[in-house]
Ligand binder design. Structure first.
Ligand SMILES: Nc1ncnc2c1ncn2[C@@H]1O[C@H](COP(=O)(O)OP(=O)(O)OP(=O)(O)O)[C@@H](O)[C@H]1O
Ligand SMILES: [Mg+2]
Length: 347
């Protein structure tokens, strides 16, 4: 099922939760909607589900306009943040419930529910009540229940946010496995960039109701088209340096110039922490702080107001208080206008 969002907006009295979103979610893909709290992720998902009718624009499934269809008529399965399992029902009854509501024969419903329970690997827990399950197991029941009617689209709203870090990791891999096994078009809402980049075919990054970038995960990281994207993606965050384009030339803090076909203007020069390296020349700053995090050593240099972060190589050692020189290759530098738009290097 290909999902097309045609210029959809959602206005609540005085808030524009989603503003003129245009995007096509390819058939069979897992697409994450990512962005900060309040940016319109859930609202977008609810419009796909048919729980909200957009105030403007159209939603198409395989080219067919479904904007006015009720949730039941859309052929979707949905999992919410809190799972919403029925506490008095067993796992099997929970999974069978949507089929029962649609008057599927009991033997058939049971067989289908067991098949789904096997897919999500909880078929040994069928007689338990939800209160007797771990968070991850409850999550699997919710997914099985969402899938039992064989929807063509699976919608997930922060399905892992109630789980601890380790279980989140396992469950996100599970969601990807199940999605790939069924080749079901899936839209996954999260505010966790690692989760989104980790399992998605494409990521839809939003800010304040607007689409910032719809792209494959690697491009979001390597080729952000806006300063918001560059800053939102990546941890530790990307570094910025002030610069200015004068007569088509930008003097970088690293001692070399870059040419642009752009008007004179102040710009932000952005470099990721892994793309700064120690050298004999270039920018020099005092070392503030050094952190060893597992295999990585992160150095924080500069002042509190102007912190720069870089990863050191295994054999490199720096002391707090020492002044070091750092460099970046031109290929690793991204330039943004003050308005946030990316400026691309000539050639
Ligand atoms: N029913 C509603 N009535 C009025 N305003 C709403 C309603 N639902 C959402 N909003 C507003 O719309 C904006 C987007 O909300 P939404 O729930 O889509 O954000 P979100 O990206 O899912 O955030 P979170 O990560 O916190 O779940 C917010 O400013 C929110 O306050
Ligand atoms: Mg939300």
């Amino acid at each position: 099922m290909t999902i097309t969002l045609q210029n959809i907006s959602m206005k609540f009295s005085n808030t524009t939760a989603v503003n003129q979103l245009n995007v096509t979610i390819p058939k069979g893909e897992l697409v994450s909607i990512l962005g900060p709290s309040g940016c319109g992720k859930s609202t977008t998902l609810y419009m796909l589900a048919g729980l909200y009718e957009p105030t403007d624009g159209a939603i198409l499934f395989n080219g067919k306009d479904v904007t006015k269809l009720t949730p039941e008529k859309r052929g979707i399965g949905m999992v919410f943040q809190n799972y919403a399992l029925y506490p008095h029902m067993t796992v099997l009854q929970n999974i069978m419930f949507p089929l029962k509501m649609h008057k599927v024969k009991k033997t058939e419903a049971k067989a289908k529910a067991i098949e789904m329970a096997k897919l999500v690997e909880i078929d040994h827990l069928l007689d338990r009540k939800p209160s007797m399950l771990s968070g991850g197991q409850q999550q699997r029941v919710a997914i099985a229940r969402a899938l039992v009617r064989e929807p063509e689209i699976l919608l997930l709203d922060e399905p892992l946010s109630n789980l601890d870090a380790r279980l989140r990791l396992t469950m996100r891999e599970e969601i990807r496995r199940i999605q790939q096994a069924l080749k079901i078009t899936t839209v996954f809402v999260t505010h966790d960039q690692e989760e989104a980049l980790g399992i998605s075919d494409h990521v839809l990054l939003m800010n304040q109701g607007e689409l910032m970038q719809f792209d494959v995960p690697q491009n979001l990281y390597d080729e952000p088209n806006h300063q918001f994207v560059a800053s939102f993606i990546g941890s530790p965050p990307i570094n910025y340096f002030e610069g200015e384009i004068v007569s088509g030339v930008l003097k970088t803090p690293f001692g070399y110039d870059i040419s642009f076909e752009a008007p004179d203007q102040p710009v932000q020069i952005a470099v990721r922490p892994e793309n700064l390296y120690l050298s004999k020349s270039g920018l020099h700053r005092e070392v503030q702080h050094v952190e060893r995090i597992g295999k990585d050593t992160l150095a924080v240099i500069g002042t509190d107001e102007d912190k720069i972060r870089l990863f050191l190589q295994k054999e490199e050692h720096v002391e707090v208080g020492q002044v070091i020189h750092v460099q970046a290759n031109q290929a690793d530098i991204r330039i943004f206008q003050k308005s946030g738009e990316r400026i691309y290097v000539k050639g």
